[in-house]
Design a protein around this ligand. Structure first.
Ligand SMILES: CC(C)(COP(=O)(O)OP(=O)(O)OC[C@H]1O[C@@H](n2cnc3c(N)ncnc32)[C@H](O)[C@@H]1OP(=O)(O)O)[C@@H](O)C(=O)NCCC(=O)NCCS
Length: 167
């Protein structure tokens, strides 16, 4: 079997993506159609971790605005005209396949941002993953009042983080 690798997600991966999301994020449920909308609006940022015939994880990212986060389980409707960040909505990998794969996904997203002229990556860290994201170059950013209110939906300890891409 070839090593697990990230590839672009296809519409046919949605069932596997939704199953992993439900298993890994039982307290942060999102409808499959909310996930598939991101794949439709920004396929370049939406990947699955292919392990043989199995899907072992997914990463979803799309252009967005700093200090704004899409509502959990909410539709984006459209991408902003003047995006100033690539927002990593979620990366989730089955336990047996972890180890180096978040780093590999972020490297892909970084490359994508650079080639799109976007200089910042953004995300909301949940479940105490802040040290992990710091290891990948993200830093906590002070949220404004509106963002603070939205972060509450992501659970205690949710942290808005940014990574500036250096030249
Ligand atoms: C988040 C997740 C995708 C990470 O996958 P992974 O393959 O284990 O991540 P990586 O090994 O690429 O980790 C990236 C770096 O963080 C480090 N790291 C991992 N866990 C860490 C921790 N608890 N504290 C500090 N650093 C940590 C890794 O060692 C690695 O650094 P290195 O490459 O310099 O060794 C996986 O743990 C997961 O699916 N978790 C559940 C869902 C989740 O929490 N998603 C994130 C939502 S914000």
């Amino acid at each position: 079997m070839s090593r697990p690798h990230w590839r672009r997600a296809h519409a046919g991966d949605l069932t596997a993506i939704s199953a992993i999301a439900a298993r890994i994020h039982p307290d942060l449920p999102e409808r499959p159609e909310v996930l598939s909308e991101k794949m439709r609006l920004y396929p370049d940022g939406c990947c699955v971790l292919a392990a043989g015939n199995e899907i072992a994880g997914y990463g979803l990212a799309h252009p967005w605005m700093q200090q704004r986060i899409p509502q959990l389980d909410g539709f984006l409707d459209q991408l902003p005209d003047a995006a100033d960040c690539l927002y990593v909505h979620d990366v989730a990998v089955l336990p047996d396949f972890r180890g180096g794969v978040a780093r590999a996904y972020v490297a892909e997203i970084e490359e994508l941002a650079r080639s799109s002229g976007i200089a910042t990556l953004a995300l909301v860290s949940v479940y105490g993953t802040r040290p992990l994201w710091q290891r990948l170059g993200f830093e906590p950013a002070t949220p404004d009042a509106a963002l603070r209110a939205k972060l509450a939906a992501y659970g205690a300890g949710a942290t808005y983080m940014l990574r500036e891409l250096t030249q």
